[in-house]
Design a binder for this molecule. Sequence first.
Ligand code: NAP
Length: 353
Amino acid sequence: MNILITGATGFLGKKLSQDLVNEGHTLFLLARNEQKASQLLQSFADKDKTNVHIVMGDISQTGLGLAKQDLQHVQHKIDAVYHLAAYLSFDPAHKSQTFTVNVDGTKNTLLFAEAIGAKRFIYVSTAYTVGKEVAGKEELYSPERSFVNHYEESKCLAEHLVFSHSEKIEVVIVRPSIIIGDSRTGEADTNFGLYGLLKGLCVLKRRASRTPGWEKQTYRMRLDVDVQTNLVPVDYVTSVLVAALTHARHKEIYHATNPAPPTQELVIECIKEVLDFPNLQTIPYESTESFSDEESVFQSSMSIFKEYCTRTIHFPSDNTKELLHKANRSELIMNKALLISIIRGYQKQPVLT
Ligand SMILES: NC(=O)c1ccc[n+]([C@@H]2O[C@H](COP(=O)([O-])OP(=O)(O)OC[C@H]3O[C@@H](n4cnc5c(N)ncnc54)[C@H](OP(=O)(O)O)[C@@H]3O)[C@@H](O)[C@H]2O)c1
C-alpha cells in the first residue's frame, strides 16, 4: 500500500515507518525539518530507500503547506494516512501551540487526506483522553470533562474531529498509554513519560554523589507504590498500528495499553537496579517529611506528573485483543525482566547523559 505518515521523525513515527517498510509498503513521510528528514531517510536500509519518499510540510498549515510538486506526488495515490504528528507538552504556558498543532493540525490533516483521496485515516491519540477519571473505555469520551492538562484536552478534541469526518473517509483511533523503548533493544528516542523520570533520577544521583559518603545516605521521592503505571513498549504500539491498517473496523477505537501494567513499586525497583541507585527510597505522597535541597529540586521537576502517579487507571482493550487476534499478532506480556532490559537499553543512549 501507499501510506502517508505525519510525525515520522518522532519516537513512535520512526519505529512505525521501519515496520511498515519491512512489510513491503511504500511510504510518504511528512517532515518539516530538512535535517531530520535526511537523517530519517538515511536510517532505512539501502534496499528500502526507493520505497521511502520525504514530503516537506507542516500540519499547522492549510494543505499541510505542501509544495505543488509534492502534492502531485501524493494526489490520488494514498491508501492510508497515519496521523501521529503532535505537540507533546504538559506545560500550561504551551497551551496555544498545543491546540494549534494537535487540534488545528488534525483538522488540516483530515482535510488534506480527503482532498488527496486517501481511503483510511488512522489517528494516534492517547489513552489519557480519559482525563481525570479512573475507568477508560474504547469509545469516544465527552470533551466536557476534567483533564489533567491541555495536551489531554487537545487530543480528545482531535478525536472528535476525526470521528466528525467519518462519512467521508474511513477513520480509526489508536490510543497508546505511556510509550517506552523497544522490547528487544530498549531503544527510545524520547524524553517523555518514563524517560523524564529516568533523566531526573540520573541528575539526582549525579548531584547527590558529589557529597562524600553519599552512598550511606538515603534519597527520597514521593510515590504511591501500589498505583499501576501503564507502560507499553514502542514495538507493541506499532504492532497494533500495523494491524489497524488492514484489520481495524471503521469508527472503532483501540487501546494500545498494557493489560497487566506494573506497579510503581516495581518500576522503581527496576530503575534502582539499572541506575545502581540502591539508596533511593519512596515515601507516600501525603508524607510531611521535609526534603534536602537535591530531593526538593528533583521532586519539583516531577510535580507535572503527579496526576499520573497517584491513581491507577483501567484501560480495557477488548477491541485491540480482537484486532491482534485477527491479524495473527501477539498481545503484550511485560514482566520484570523485560522492563529491566528496556530500561537498560535506554541507559546506553546519549540522550540520558
Ligand atoms: N510518547 C508517548 O508516550 C505517547 C503516548 C501516547 C500517545 N502518544 C502519541 O503518539 C504520537 C507520537 O508521539 P511521539 O512520542 O513519537 O512524539 P515525538 O517524538 O515528540 O514526535 C512528534 C512528531 O510530530 C511532529 N510534529 C510536531 N509538530 C508538527 C507540525 N506542526 N508539522 C509537522 N510535524 C509536526 C514532530 O516533528 P519534528 O521532528 O520536526 O519535531 C515529530 O515528528 C503523538 O500523536 C502522541 O500524542 C505518545
